[in-house]
Design a protein around this ligand. Structure first.
Ligand code: NAD
Ligand code: UFG
Length: 345
């Protein structure tokens, strides 16, 4: 199948591109590189031995997008492009609505114009808001607590309206829990600019000596060790879930929401201990007050993904940490050849 990936040069999109190429699909990456680097293309080629098409452009350039869909005879779109930093979205809501919501409207116009009707959307567990029960299934009430979350919620609603307006649309919103880790080659992974907001890239940089210590945001939550619990999912499992969703959509017109998580929650201190095992180094940390807006625990009921897509996550927390560490060593301070290589093979 010819599949266009908006935001395909980013963290999740690049891993999905690898799995799609390896499954024999043709891949067109469409990205303005506002949060990724051109070198990702060569790394995807190095891993797969295949060359995806790359178009450097903004999803809001509707004409360029329409031309790309036509020129490459695109049959399905995976929509990753978007801004994703919660804190930044509070400071710059207009940028978030313009990029995420307006960008999606532009994409949908281009798809309508060209008759491309299959769409896999990068949703987020953030649309569940404060959990009212756990594990979170897809029927859990939806809400948003910040502008980023509201863009995700608006887009889901927009996509549902679209499917009601025309039964030819096939749309699946994949609600990701906490994607972490990297491809086992260590060639692609998550490489945030500046000081990371998220736990795993922060830990990786502390382990590499680039940051002094991890701040653990609160140890007084009602969780087994008092620190926040999340459903971390290996990015390669997540990527495989996208390929399963693409195949499934061929038989399923309409609008769907499906969780992509493991169903297993781990605490911040579990993550620290597992990363120490993966990298063989000390990981200094300090308990500090809770971070505003954080919930105590959040993890998925992944049953629908298994029932519908026949997909479930297979990789464990150690593989997540070891792959993140390998990627850190390849791209970070040049500590190549650390002992994590052996753990991944
Ligand atoms: P990322 O920033 O690494 O990738 C997004 C890519 O989109 C980047 O390469 C960026 O350059 C591109 N992009 C952004 N705006 C664009 C625009 N207007 N036109 C063209 N390209 C544009 O982020 P990611 O972690 O790979 O996330 C991908 C998607 O998954 C996002 O929509 C994000 O909201 C969603 N998501 C991510 C997480 C997570 O923890 N990483 C969790 C839930 C949902
Ligand atoms: N944490 C720390 N120290 C840090 C960073 C995080 O203790 O330096 C803790 C947090 O308090 C939380 C856990 O580590 O308990 C995970 O935090 P992340 O920032 O890695 O992830 P979140 O669960 O807060 O949020 C992520 C994405 C959101 C998305 C959500 C659900 O950043 O965009 O997962 O998918 F909405």
């Amino acid at each position: 199948m010819n599949v266009l990936l908006t935001g395909g040069m980013g963290y999740i999109g690049s891993h999905v591109a690898v799995v799609l190429l390896q499954a024999g699909h043709r891949v067109i990456l469409y990205d303005n590189l506002c949060n990724s680097e051109a070198s990702v293309l060569a790394r995807i080629e190095q891993i797969t031995g295949k060359t995806p098409t790359f178009i450097q452009a903004d999803i809001r350039a509707t004409k360029t997008l329409t031309d790309a869909l036509k020129q490459h005879a695109v049959e399905a779109v995976m929509h990753f492009a978007g801004l994703k930093a919660v804190g930044e979205s509070v400071e710059k809501p207009i940028e978030y609505y313009a990029n995420n919501v307006e960008g999606t409207v532009s994409l949908l116009e281009a798809m309508r114009e060209t008759g491309v009707r299959s769409l896999v959307f990068s949703g987020s567990a953030t649309v569940y808001g404060e959990p009212q029960y756990l594990p979170l299934d897809e029927a859990h009430p939806l809400s948003a607590t910040n502008p980023y979350g509201r863009t995700k919620l608006h887009i889901e609603e927009m996509l549902r309206d679209l499917s009601v307006s025309n039964p030819l649309w096939r749309i699946v919103c994949l609600r990701y829990f906490n994607p972490v880790g990297a491809h086992e080659s260590g060639l692609i992974g998550e490489n945030p600019v500046g000081i990371p907001n998220n736990l795993m890239p922060y830990i990786a940089r502390v382990a590499a000596g680039e940051l002094k210590e991890l701040s653990v945001f609160g140890n007084d939550y009602p969780t087994p060790d008092g620190t926040g619990v999340r459903d971390y999912i290996h990015v390669m499992d997540l990527a495989e879930g996208h390929v399963a969703a693409l195949a499934w959509l061929a038989e399923h017109p309409g609008w769907y929401a499906i969780n992509l998580g493991t169903g297993q929650g781990y605490s911040v201190l579990d993550m620290v201990a597992t990363f120490v095992r993966a990298c063989g180094r000390d990981l200094p940390y300090r308990i500090v007050p809770r971070r505003a807006g954080d919930v105590a625990a959040c993890y998925a009921d992944p049953g629908k993904a298994l029932r519908e897509l026949g997909w479930r996550a297979r990789r464990d927390l150690l593989e997540m940490c070891a792959s993140a560490w390998k990627f850190q060593n390849r791209t970070g301070t040049g500590l190549l050849g650390s002992d994590c290589e052996g753990r991944l093979s």
